[in-house]
Design a protein around this ligand. Structure first.
Ligand SMILES: Cc1cc2nc3c(=O)[nH]c(=O)nc-3n(C[C@H](O)[C@H](O)[C@H](O)COP(=O)(O)OP(=O)(O)OC[C@H]3O[C@@H](n4cnc5c(N)ncnc54)[C@H](O)[C@@H]3O)c2cc1C
Length: 409
């Protein structure tokens, strides 16, 4: 069975790797480089994550086992997360809800209000993302941090967004944990509390290990998919029995021949965000990454990428949601005394799925149509979900098992 995987991001590479022993698999990738949004580029001798900083960990044992079977565990450094939030001119530890004693050192009233509101908050059937934050964390913390940060990262009012994505993305402590954190330093249990980064100091080495032995055609953009004689024909001249697509759901209806207008119309409603990044040489810092909720900077996050490396190097990636010109990224960077010199700059294509009110209905409609056509759609934008690399791999594993069940009985 000749299988085409469209896209050599983490999802496409992982499913192709799993299928490769039993099927004739070919990957078609539009970019000249593999790795999708997780890839890096060498600048000034270091790995620049053009679409934002990446590190790996997973709560799923099967995903860790798969990753370490591809790229052995002793080829990764295990690092501790040192994430900070810049609040009212002070860097405090992430997650903010466990840092009330740090806040009390510069603003006792704010610390009291956070505590009071957290204990008074009642979780009661939130209707949108704004209500979810207010009900989970209380009014002060929601208004001081979660709502402004969300507005920045989504470019959307949380009052008109769904909260369905949020639960496994953020630490969500109960009142007892919050109380314990007032007495002694407490850590959350998110997967990136500690994380793996390749000992080569470049995530591309993992991506290339994943790609090893696979048949990949790069710089090959899929522009048309049609049924001819019971097989799939791509760009009019390549024939396959099965297609696995990681093409974004808002684009594939316009590539797949004969897609009905109602599916195209609904696909156009799927919203996503781009991200602009800049790589800087920097002064020594202790953080692995920092968050900036305030409106006085366009940056929402700094990735202190040099602190992912061993030994550490002084480089930082600044991230701003949306499209920003080079000059503005530079002038924003000048507000931070630890950023020294801009070295490179990138504007992404798809970076984040936006969970607006259309998201669920539109996504379901396009996926159902692809399912009826017997096209498997996979990955962060192929399933239109806020997936990290590990969840992409988990989803690739489930798809592999499904294809084996259906085809190798
Ligand atoms: C800023 C940021 C930070 C992140 N940080 C982390 C992190 O720290 N840890 C983590 O685990 N995850 C992180 N992620 C998530 C992670 O990047 C993704 O989950 C993962 O890389 C998605 O892989 P994918 O293969 O599903 O999609 P993609 O990487 O988007 O791959 C899709 C591929 O398909 C190709 N393609 C699209 N259309 C066509 C076409 N018509 N023809 C041919 N090829 C095509 C694209 O060129 C691309 O290579 C982060 C994401 C972002 C945006």
């Amino acid at each position: 069975m000749k299988t085409c995987v469209i896209g050599a991001g983490v999802s496409g590479l992982a499913v192709a790797k799993l299928l490769n022993d039993n099927f004739d698999v070919e990957i078609l990738e539009a970019d000249e480089q593999i790795g999708g949004i997780a890839k890096t580029k060498t600048v000034d001798g270091i790995a620049y994550h053009m679409i934002g900083g990446h590190c790996f960990n997973s709560n799923y044992k099967e995903v860790r086992d798969f990753v370490f079977s591809i790229y052995e565990k002793d080829k990764w450094n295990l690092k501790s997360r040192t994430a900070k939030i810049f609040l009212d001119g002070h860097f405090i530890s992430y997650p903010i809800e466990f840092s009330v004693p740090e806040i009390a050192k510069f603003d006792r009233e704010l610390a009291f209000n956070i505590t009071n509101d957290f204990f008074c908050a009642r979780y009661d059937d939130p209707k949108n993302l704004e209500e979810w934050f207010l009900q989970k964390f209380g009014e002060t913390l929601a208004k001081k941090y979660f709502l402004p940060y969300s507005k920045k990262i989504w470019g959307e009012d949380p009052a008109v967004m769904s909260y369905l994505w949020v639960e496994d993305k953020l630490p969500s402590p109960n009142k007892k944990d919050f109380f314990e954190s007032l007495l002694k330093k407490k850590q959350d249990d998110m997967p990136h509390v500690s994380f793996y980064y390749p000992i080569t100091n470049d995530q591309n080495t993992f991506l290339h290990a994943l790609a090893a032995g696979l048949n990949i055609l790069t710089s090959y953009k899929v522009n048309s998919i049609e049924q001819i004689g019971g097989r799939w024909c791509i760009n009019g001249n390549r024939y396959y029995d099965t297609i696995i697509s990681t093409i974004p759901l808002n684009e594939i209806p316009f590539i797949l021949n004969n897609t009905p207008l109602y599916v195209k119309n609904i696909a156009e409603k799927l919203r996503y965000n781009k991200i602009t990044t800049m790589l800087w040489s920097a002064k020594d810092t202790e953080q692995t990454w920092s968050y900036f909720p305030a409106e006085n900077t366009i940056f929402h996050r700094h990735i202190h990428i040099g602190n992912f490396f061993s030994p550490k190097w002084n480089y930082i990636i600044t991230e701003a949601l949306g499209i920003w010109p080079y000059e503005q990224m530079v002038s924003e960077g000048r507000k931070f005394e630890y950023l020294i010199q801009p070295l490179d700059f990138n504007i992404s294509n798809h970076a984040y799925v936006v969970y607006d009110k259309n998201y669920e209905k539109s996504k379901k409609c396009v996926l159902n149509y692809l399912n009826d056509q017997k096209i498997y759609s996979l990955g962060r934008f192929g399933e239109w979900e806020y997936y990290n690399m590990d969840v992409c791999i988990k989803s690739a594993t489930s798809l592999f098992e499904k294809i084996v069940r259906e085809n190798l009985k």
